[in-house]
Design a protein around this ligand. Structure first.
Ligand code: ADP
Length: 592
């Protein structure tokens, strides 16, 4: 075997020499014989014989000439087809090589191998890898070659990296197979190596980009959690004081002013919650417990909650009768209600006076439970639909008096998807819109018992006892003092840091400790641990009061022994309920 060439004239490639044409050998022999005959004295009979013989020989000679021509033509065809085959091998982009199975010398290879090795054909022919690579790489290549020679099957070597002369380190995916002689002994080793360096680099770049994106996403989530925490702290004071104010006897005008403060604060709180929820879903941190839920019940709850807003805007809101026949859905009840509330609220906000919003329930062809919220409102132009679920996108509503953040639908869609469902929309301008929430059916999942709403009846017995509030933000401590003034039997002690908090705890043994988590000298977590470890006798009730709304944090603190976890801004009634629940004889020791 020799090196293939793509040269059109084939000069580099020569077939084995063919013997001289048969016809010329015969003709020369005949000429010599005739010459000899001519010299023999003429004899008529012999002459005749000679003439017949000559004619016979000439005929044979012509036949041989035709045979010669056919052989030459066949040779040419063979040469051409071999040149064609070699030219194909030459142009294959993968490096192809044939080595002697015993010496591992290169006997045949294509241009791709020359390019890869950065060597000319002459520098490769008859050489082994030991002549072309540093010793360690050559040894490893030779070892793989030998393994392939010994194997009867094709050996997929997988990835090999080696240093090339002109292109540095390259990575190849190589396959090798031994070629046997007529006795079945390995004669050659055929190898095909595909350069996958670019592919690998692209994969690494993609992996790096993904890692970077995940890191950025985590950083964004952390940032949002932090922002949420920082916003909740002052909001706690704003909403708390406003709620206290509201409970005082106020003039109608003042009451309306306070109501505005509370509405503004709550709006801000909703915004923080929605942003946090979206970022949690995007970071894959939102965990939801799903259960079999009667969607008709949830639809009714949403309608009840939205009714005051609907009445104010003269919109009728109702659940159509079909809800009862629908199978339960396998969802998170709280999140499904959040979605329906959002859709109903939009149905009301973007409606026309006297319009209606209807929730209907059914199943889709693919077996999902469908809850559709239909309104008779302004509708959404088709060209705006692609941006409908983009966070902060209000599609022009920001130029109207309708309040909103542009986050609701973005969150609804992500929530529906997080529950294994989908949210879609159909809309006609001036006719109305239908938003459809498709969620997995709960058929096969055992139904949960209906929820019982707790009805608070008579006034609880008056709370009394010592309460310690460890909190570094003065406004929050002041708010708590004002709040405690509603429970005269309660003595409130406040501490601005962990050290003084623990000292007051040791001195007064409070029955209830309200604990902020971020304190100047130590964490609330550490204080909780010390209280639980050092206190003997009846353990006090410890309620964490924090702006940290991350669910994982809540779970950790509860696992560490906190009895309750309230996020700021806290609801004044919730804190009062906490006091009444822990500081009255009847309920002493009960958790929230
Ligand atoms: P928001 O209502 O707070 O602005 P959403 O994310 O809920 O934010 O909705 C985004 C936008 O989609 C709205 O600002 C409004 O322009 C449009 N939109 C939502 N629901 C409807 C609806 N039922 N009818 C008409 N337009 C709607």
């Amino acid at each position: 075997m020799r090196r293939a060439t793509a040269e059109p004239d084939g000069t580099d490639y020569v077939l084995p020499d063919r013997p001289r044409p048969l016809a010329s050998i015969v003709r020369r022999a005949l000429d010599r014989a005739s010459e000899r005959w001519r010299r023999v004295p003429a004899d008529a009979e012999l002459q005749q014989l000679n003439t017949a013989l000559e004619r016979r020989v000439r005929e044979r000679t012509h036949a041989l000439e035709r045979l010669d021509a056919a052989i030459a033509a066949r040779d040419e065809t063979l040469k051409r087809s071999e040149r064609f085959l070699f030219s194909i091998v030459e142009h294959v982009p993968d490096a192809i090589f044939v080595k002697d199975a015993t010496t591992l010398e290169y006997v045949l290879f294509n241009r791709a191998l020359e390019r890869v090795l950065g060597r000319t054909g002459a520098e490769i022919t008859g050489r082994t890898d030991a002549d072309l690579f540093p010793p360690a790489e050559a040894a490893s290549l030779a070892e793989r070659d030998r393994a392939a020679v010994q194997s009867t099957a094709l050996v997929d070597v997988g990835e090999e990296s080696f240093r090339t002369r002109e292109h540095g380190w390259r990575t190849f995916h190589t396959k090798r197979v031994a070629i046997a002689d007529e006795h079945g002994r390995p004669r050659y080793l055929l190898g095909i190596a595909r350069d996958i360096t670019e592919q690998r680099l692209a994969e690494v770049a993609l992996r790096d980009a993904r890692t970077e994106a995940e890191r950025a996403n985590r950083a964004k989530s952390d940032f949002l959690a932090r922002v949420s925490h920082e916003l909740r702290t002052p909001l706690n004071a704003v909403l708390g004081f406003a709620q206290l104010f509201q409970q005082d006897a106020l003039s109608p005008e003042d009451r309306e002013n306070v109501q505005q403060i509370i509405r503004g604060g709550q709006h801000l709180l909703e915004l923080i919650d929605e942003v946090l929820d979206i970022s949690r879903i995007e970071a894959g941190h939102l965990t939801m417990t799903c259960e079999a839920v009667n969607v008709g019940d949830v639809a009714l709850e949403a309608v009840e909650l939205i009714r005051p807003l609907a009445i104010a805007r003269q919109i009728t809101v109702r659940v159509s009768d079909d809800g009862r026949r629908v199978p339960s859905a396998f969802v998170n009840r709280h999140r499904l209600r959040q979605i329906l509330l959002n859709l109903c609220s939009n149905g009301v906000k973007y409606n026309r006076p006297g319009g209606s919003v209807t929730i209907s329930c059914g199943t889709t062809a693919s077996g999902f439970v469908r809850i559709a919220v239909h309104d008779e409102g302004i509708g959404i132009p088709a060209d705006k639909l692609p941006r409908l679920f983009t966070p902060f996108e209000r599609l022009g509503a920001e130029q109207t008096t309708v309040e909103g953040t542009g986050l609701g639908l973005a969150l609804c869609k992500r929530l529906a998807e997080a529950m294994g469902g989908a949210l879609s929309v159909e809309s006609q301008v001036s006719r109305g819109s239908t938003f459809s929430v498709d969620v997995p059916s709960a058929s096969g999942v055992p139904a949960t018992p209906p929820r019982v709403r707790t009805v608070i009846g008579a006034e609880p017995p008056a709370a009394s006892g010592v309460v310690l509030y460890i909190e570094d933000t003065a406004a929050n401590a002041r708010l708590m003092q004002r709040l405690m003034s509603r429970r005269p039997g309660v003595q409130l002690l406040t501490a601005p840091d962990g050290k003084s908090g623990l000292r007051l705890f040791a001195e007064h043994r409070p029955r209830l400790v309200l604990l902020d988590l971020h304190l100047p000298d130590m964490t609330g977590e550490e204080i909780l641990r010390q209280i639980r470890e050092t206190h003997v006798g009846d353990q006090p009730h410890v309620a964490v009061l924090t702006a940290d709304a991350v669910p994982a944090q809540k779970e950790r603190l509860l696992a560490l022994g906190a009895d309750a976890y309230l996020t700021k801004p806290f609801n004044v009634p919730d804190v009062l309920a906490l006091l009444d629940g822990t500081l009255t004889e009847a309920t002493c020791g009960a958790g929230l």
